[in-house]
Ligand binder design. Structure first.
Ligand code: BGC
Length: 728
């Protein structure tokens, strides 16, 4: 009876936010006061690959997590990564997060979260393991495609609405991987040496925004070390900053296997231990999970008085809060609905970036009779691969199929042109459902491609990376900034006979394009998920006017970037053989480096073209000096013939500073939709926080009096109007 009463109270409590007399908090007190030590221990570590226990005696349900972040991963076995071979666990595959970031559209990020959250709810998940928002510090990082680019303001302000949308389904976001997990090389153990200024200005703000503005209910502690301590054992990152300075009341979930010993995790601030390679996986015995670091070993230390009970209670409280916040409470989800496919297509079209469009070759004309599509990525499924974010999609429309559907009356000829070799099997599921084999040698593939292009109205080359190991994939960085599989040579050879070649790049990270000057058009098409072919052809045909802008810089060559030494990347071994990486570039990451140091780039941060043109008027400030805040307004006009959207970007420049500062930093963006001839005024309001830098010695944000500039532009390198103001 008591159990039923408690559960009823629980249900009443669910859905309320954490405020003064929050019923969830009252319930947590009530439950906690009745829990035995064993019950407390049981809720803070995994009971299977993706779930942890509740308190059955008190009616507290289990917690189920799942990857994340661009679709709900298929079920794995209880105790292993292998597929559970279920037939009811497909999903809609949404575009990977770089595409979302490239849309620069907060409403779309919210829609994305809502939509994927409905799928997670349907699949009965409490926690979706995402979004990932580590900073794209190097184009070589294997997981950039899962993240939101190189700028903390953009990443944070796109992550926050995603989190809100997702959590509106009572499914928690688990924002990952906190923190400084910016490379895959030696990711499980590498120690990141980063100064406080770079930590606070570059690597933490997106997490802070996701937590404070997005209200994320959980965070994943990353594998790497910081200050020579694993992040899951790291009181500075977890207790002092996340739970202390940011006042966060959520639960820290360890990355799978990121906990290495009991005292560290207990004292460091990890609340829930998942996926350690303890007996849970290797021996598969019924009691295997009792051997987790936060299981029996923790209990023993508590009973021996070696660790305080209050830390345990804090963890339990946070985990209970997460469980209570994520009860469906009558909400029902949907899987693979028409609406979800429509959302997926919309996100894809809005994120695609048009990088080059010589003589307006795009959009393609409807009357095209012969279209030649080249390149392996035109046919290659991209949803399986990349590791933990790999999905079992109910459908995936390839670029080739999308183009065929968009041109039903044209002859669409396909030639592969290059071959990437046998695919790497995905985690738990493989590629057996499609045949990617190829018999022809490279020379013959090129010869056939060259023969095919003759007489074509359009020649499209769809290439790039492909989520193979080392090509946009968890666990392995890229080895080269160049396109793999000899694509440069193939593209050059085709462009030599067809200078009107349209190159479509599939990748979630910048790649070298030495052929950029020799092709007519370049489209950055990311990984677009289930609706790939449809979204891509919407943009190619002009059904949708492209409006995406790059969330990171494309350097010309890797050497142009800020990471110049081995110790900066990939890191070096210290005398004890431990891997160390040094962020010697400090805050000069991405455009902060290229723009400030005036290094020419292939495509700058924030850049992207449209099929129309936009005129920027004169920016006006609401005052000559900032008090608490200040606003800037600027009229934007669509001066072309088709409707379109422009991402208007606000950068702030500190004209004179006592410390070295980047030339400009992104502090606002708005996407504005305009009919031909239409003008709208875009407004930005900023506070003093947007003017400040982090003073590591004083451990505080400082805005120095003096002149500042608000620079408004179409990219970091294309400032259209500016106005000065003062901080007195
Ligand atoms: C990855 C996480 C993922 C987890 C569970 C880890 O290896 O780093 O991003 O959520 O596995 O699959």
């Amino acid at each position: 009876m008591k159990k039923i009463l408690v559960f009823a109270c629980l249900m009443l409590a669910i859905g309320c936010s954490h405020q003064e007399s929050d019923p969830i908090e009252t319930e947590i007190d009530e439950i906690l006061s009745q829990m035995t030590l064993d019950e407390k221990i049981a809720v803070i570590h995994a009971q299977s690959k993706f779930s942890s226990r509740g308190v059955p005696r008190l009616g507290v349900p289990e917690l189920w997590c799942m990857d994340g972040p661009h679709g709900v991963r298929p079920e794995t076995l209880w105790d292993a990564w292998a597929s559970a071979q279920q037939t009811n666990d497909s999903c809609t595959a949404y575009p990977a997060l770089t595409c979302l970031a490239a849309s620069w559209d907060r409403d779309l990020a919210k829609l994305y979260g809502q939509s994927v959250g409905e799928e997670a709810l349907y699949r009965r998940k409490n926690v979706l393991l995402g979004p990932g928002i580590d900073i794209a510090r190097t184009p070589l990082c294997g997981r950039n495609f899962e993240y939101m680019g190189e700028d903390p303001y953009l990443a944070g302000h796109m992550a926050a609405p995603y989190v809100q949308g997702l959590q509106s389904n009572n499914v928690a976001a688990c924002v990952k991987h906190y923190a400084v997990n910016d490379q895959e090389f030696q990711r499980l153990t590498i120690n990141v040496n980063v100064d406080d200024r770079a930590l606070y200005e570059i690597y933490l703000p997106a997490f802070k925004t996701a937590v404070q503005e997005g209200g994320a209910w959980s965070i994943m502690s990353s594998y790497n070390k910081y200050q020579n301590k694993f992040v899951s054992h790291n009181p500075r990152l977890l207790k002092e900053i996340l739970k202390g300075e940011w006042g966060w009341d959520g639960a820290v979930i360890s990355d799978w296997g990121a906990v290495h010993e009991t005292v560290g995790a207990a004292e460091g601030g990890t609340d829930l231990e998942f996926g350690s390679y303890t007996d849970g996986e290797s021996r598969n015995t019924p009691a295997a999970y009792d051997h987790y670091f936060l299981a029996q070993p923790y209990k023993e230390k508590l009973l021996a008085g070696e660790l305080p009970m209050k830390d345990l209670d804090d963890k339990v409280r946070r985990v209970l809060r997460l469980i209570l916040r994520t009860q469906p409470n009558g909400k029902k989800g949907y899987l693979c609905s028409d609406q979800h496919y429509a959302d997926c297509r919309k996100i894809g079209t809005e994120g695609i970036v048009l990088l080059k469009n010589k003589d307006g070759i795009l959009p393609m004309k409807a009357k095209a009779k012969r279209i030649v599509v080249l390149g392996e990525n035109a046919i290659r499924p991209m949803i399986v691969g990349g590791s933990s974010s790999s999905l079992k999609a109910q459908r995936e429309i390839s670029p080739l199929d999308g183009i065929r559907a968009a041109f039903p009356d044209a002859e669409v000829v396909y030639e592969r042109a290059y071959y990437s070799g046998e695919p790497t099997p995905g985690r738990g599921y493989n590629y057996s459902f499609y045949d990617i084999s190829e018999e022809r040698p490279a020379a013959k593939l090129l010869e056939d491609a060259l023969a095919a292009v003759e007489g074509a109205d359009y020649v499209l080359f769809i290439g790039g990376l492909n989520k193979q190991k080392g090509q946009d994939c968890e666990g392995r960085d890229r080895e080269s900034y160049d396109l793999p599989y000899g694509q440069n040579e193939v593209i050059e050879a085709i462009a030599a006979v067809r200078p009107d070649l349209i190159y479509i790049n599939i990748s979630g990270t910048p790649v070298a394009m030495p052929f950029a000057g020799d092709v007519a058009a370049i489209v950055q098409a990311w990984y677009l998920g289930s609706e790939t072919g449809n979204a891509l052809s919407d943009v190619l045909t002009g059904k949708v006017n492209p409006s995406g802008k790059l969330p990171f810089t494309f350097p010309i060559a890797l050497e142009d970037g800020p990471l110049k030494t081995e110790r900066q990347y990939p890191g070096i071994q210290d005398e004890d053989g431990n891997w160390q990486v040094y962020y010697d570039e400090g805050i000069y990451v991405g455009y902060r480096w290229y723009d400030t140091r005036q290094v020419p780039v292939l495509f700058p941060f924030g850049y992207g073209l449209s099929y129309t043109t936009f005129k920027y008027g004169q920016v006006k400030a609401s005052a000559k000096a900032i008090k608490d805040d200040i606003s800037f307004s600027i009229p934007i006009t669509n001066t072309g013939k088709v409707a379109g959207a422009e991402v208007v970007q606000l950068y702030i420049q500190d004209v004179k500073s006592s410390v070295d500062r980047p030339l400009k930093e992104l502090k606002g963006f708005e996407k504005v939709w305009l009919q031909p001839g239409e003008t709208k005024t875009v407004r930005f309001t900023i506070g003093k926080d947007a003017l400040s830098f982090f003073d590591a010695e004083r451990h505080e944000w400082v805005a120095e009096p003096g002149e500042f500039k608000a620079l408004i532009g179409a990219s970091v390198a294309d400032i259209r109007s500016e106005v000065s103001f003062e901080l007195k």
